[in-house]
Design a protein. Structure first.
Lengths: 288, 336
């Protein structure tokens, strides 16, 4: 450590109490939330528009089940609608609209500089901003979500799951949020090398859409492919929460899945940190 | 002991050389030519506490890159630097709490929120005590006369008002070292003047160390006793503003007021004639030849008044930039 820093009484960072940190986090969170709500009209409209595909998707499944006249790999039509709605909920936690592209843009046009000179941890800062972003989204979307679930209540043929399953379901949603955040963050940080990540992001979204189980339950895949997809982290973003809720995963497997998910999260956090550290060494602080 | 010490600092970038046209773009997909750009080469500099130093140089000379290196935003390719005992690019929080960077071309405040909110965030990030925060904020807003604008969204402020807010945000944590990258760019004369006055007052009061880059000679003349001229990534001059003229201008301007009916014919034999607006004539001659030329002219012509002046600063600087650019071109050609 340098001389001046030693005179300073070591790193003030470590001396700062938990309260100070919490207040700081709270302020970052509050301001990010306020910013989110600055354009309330656009924000509300954008949030509500995301509910439109639900109707078309339900009609699509209806048409499919009409034509096959029976079950689809253990899913009846009501099961499928229930699965679809639950996977929507998972996506509401795990999708990160604009995260990767914003980070890449900030790298490209040099806006990142303003964060780099401040005594903050950038990844933590982005995470807080995203939590605020999500909460703002939930405040607006809770009512429509509740309405949709209420209208479709008859499709949930097994009723409410047990408290234990509910707890695991909530837990899996939180993990889905973190996993989704770090996956998107990694794509954004690749911007240190490529500057433009939109094509990469497109490929990622495409994989995400099919392999997370957003498009259809992963059980529908042929067993060979299913095994391969099961090794990827995408399934935790939509399929797993829905499958937990619908009781499709027995309790032993549930623990294995949850542990693997946490491991994936740890791996992605490490990858993000590595990309960030390496990327900064390459960074040339573009533009002015 | 110097507060900023830079030793042989270098930064080079690899840039992709794209030739013009679609065909070249397609070729660029398979094979790319790169060229090394040496933005900063072997710069050594030492700045004492409380100095107000200006970096002067044409666009792309390496001024901003030097500031970026000192703020730890980018890593150098070689050399070392120490600011207040810290190595900037290690980016220790302790260091980041003690300096600030203001970029005239970049916005650091939250665009859609009132500046007050950004200030509040800075208070938390920099862990500023509530009492200190309030008194600093009151002082700064009063000095810059922006108290009424605190609750207006930043996007609705004028460029000058926004720049003032940027300065407040940067100074809230009372940094000991301040880096200003073209803080008055694009501002009108009044706003430029306000910011100059503020900076001078604040620097004198607090005795902080400021490094500034600017293209406005007025900024520099008003604020900085020391000027560092950078062209082509290297330091060409380090000294006082007056010293720039002494070192870089080989000529002086001799202004004559000729007597009535005295013609200016024949003056060109003694010195280069800059302008003739009878009865006023301006000559340019080599510094070393001033006394001799003047003596001859005074002998041969009827002169009522005479003055010898340095050429205007802007002109000297422009010449200096032009020479820098010329040498750069020459070195590039050699390296090809």
């Amino acid at each position: 450590m340098s001389e001046a820093a030693a005179l300073d009484g070591g790193r003030p960072d470590e001396k700062a109490g938990l309260t100070t940190r919490l207040v700081c986090w709270w302020t970052i969170f509050r301001i990010a939330l306020e910013e989110r709500l600055a354009y309330r009209g656009d924000f509300a409209l954008g949030t509500l528009m995301r509910f439109l595909p639900i109707i078309t998707q339900i009609f699509l499944w209806w048409a499919i089940f009409e034509s096959i006249d029976g079950d689809l790999v253990g899913y009846s039509f009501p099961d499928m609608v229930a699965y679809y709605l639950l996977s929507m909920l998972g996506r509401a936690f795990s999708s990160m609209p604009g995260l990767a592209s914003t980070i890449a843009k900030q790298i490209r046009d040099g806006e990142l500089k303003k964060f780099l000179v401040q005594p903050i941890d950038l990844i933590g800062f982005f995470l807080l901003g995203r939590v605020a972003h999500k909460l703002a989204y939930y405040t607006i979307s809770t009512l429509p979500f509740a309405l949709v679930f209420y209208l479709c209540r008859d499709y949930f043929t097994d009723g409410w799951p047990s408290a234990y399953v509910m707890t695991m379901f909530c837990f899996s949603l939180i993990l889905a949020f973190l996993l989704g955040f770090f996956m998107d963050l990694c794509i954004g940080l690749i911007g240190f090398w490529f500057l433009e990540v939109s094509s990469l992001l497109f490929i990622y979204m495409l994989f995400n859409f099919f392999l997370s189980g957003h498009m259809f339950p992963l059980d529908l895949l042929p067993s060979g492919i299913q095994a391969a997809v099961s090794c990827l982290p995408f399934k935790y973003l939509a399929y797993l929460p829905a499958a937990i809720f619908l009781g499709k995963i027995d309790s032993e497997l549930l623990w294995i899945e949850m542990t693997t998910e946490v491991l994936w999260l740890v791996i992605l956090i490490c990858v993000a940190r590595l990309l960030y550290g390496r990327g900064l060494r390459r960074y040339s602080g573009y533009g002015g | 002991m110097p507060i900023i010490e830079i030793n042989n600092l270098s930064k080079s970038y690899r840039v992709y050389q794209k030739r013009e046209g679609l065909l070249a773009s397609i070729r660029g997909l398979f094979h790319r030519e790169y060229r090394d750009v040496h933005a900063v080469r072997d710069v050594s500099l030492s700045v004492d506490k409380g100095e107000f130093v200006a970096f002067l140089g044409p666009n792309g000379a390496g001024k901003t890159t030097t500031l970026k290196l000192l703020s730890g935003v980018i890593y150098p390719t070689g050399g070392s630097a120490s600011v207040m005992g810290y190595t900037p690019w290690v980016r220790e929080n302790a260091y980041r709490r003690k300096f600030a960077l203001v970029m005239g071309q970049k916005n650091q405040l939250w665009w859609d929120l009132p500046a007050q909110e950004s200030f509040r965030l800075h208070q938390q990030i920099y862990r500023i005590d509530q009492r200190d925060f309030q008194s600093t904020l009151d002082e700064l807003t009063e000095l810059l006369d922006v108290s009424e604008l605190l609750s207006r969204p930043v996007r609705e402020l004028s460029l000058g008002e926004r720049m003032k807010m940027e300065l407040i945000a940067a100074l809230l944590h009372s940094p000991e070292v301040l880096f200003l990258d073209e803080p008055t760019i694009g501002l009108d004369v009044v706003a430029q003047h306000n910011i100059q006055q503020f900076l001078r007052y604040y620097q004198e009061q607090r005795g902080i160390t400021i490094l500034l880059t600017s293209h406005y000679m007025k900024d520099i003349a008003a604020l900085c006793k020391r000027v560092v001229v950078i062209t082509d990534g290297t330091i060409k001059f380090d000294g006082s503003l007056a010293g720039v003229i002494d070192s870089f201008s080989g000529t002086k301007l001799v202004r004559l007021q000729l007597a009535d009916r005295q013609s200016a014919d024949g003056l060109e034999q003694f010195a280069e004639v800059e302008s003739v607006e009878l009865p006023k004539v301006t000559l340019r001659c080599e510094k070393s030849a001033v006394t001799k030329t003047l003596a001859t002219v005074l002998q041969k012509y009827e002169v009522e008044d005479v003055s010898v002046e340095d050429p205007p600063l802007e002109e000297v600087i422009a010449d200096l930039y032009a020479t820098g650019a010329a040498t750069e071109q020459a070195t590039q050609e050699v390296s090809r």
